[in-house]
Design a protein around this ligand. Structure first.
Ligand SMILES: [Zn+2]
Length: 110
């Protein structure tokens, strides 16, 4: 299993759990070893120093791209973009067109 198969929500939950664990470890160390040391550093200062928050590395979002060769050969009108595009549906077996365009291509072929 690769990291790309784990949802961002799960990764964020994991990051949060690690942060909580770090805070607990720092607090334990502080209470055991540093609290009596002249009160030179407060727990808050140590937490600030050790848990400096750096932004998490940007995660790539990989979009699956439809194989252009499997797409229908019909030309369609994209009313949003005001341009002609290629139909995005898959070809039917033994045909160059999808189910919608197998008999009629209103705007021709690509
Ligand atoms: Zn089509």
């Amino acid at each position: 299993m690769s990291l790309s198969n784990i949802s961002i929500k799960t990764l964020n939950m994991f990051d949060k759990a690690i942060l909580e664990h770090k805070k607990k470890v720092i607090e334990d160390i502080y209470n055991t070893y540093l609290q009596q040391e002249d009160h030179k550093y407060s727990l808050e200062d140590i937490n600030k120093e050790l848990l400096k928050h750096s932004p998490p590395p940007k995660r790539k979002i990989i979009k699956r791209q439809r194989k252009i060769l499997d797409c229908c050969n019909a030309r369609v009108w994209d009313s949003k973009g005001k341009i002609y595009n290629r139909c995005k549906f898959n070809k039917l077996n033994n045909s160059d067109y999808c189910g919608i365009h197998k008999n009629k291509q209103n705007y021709g072929n690509i």
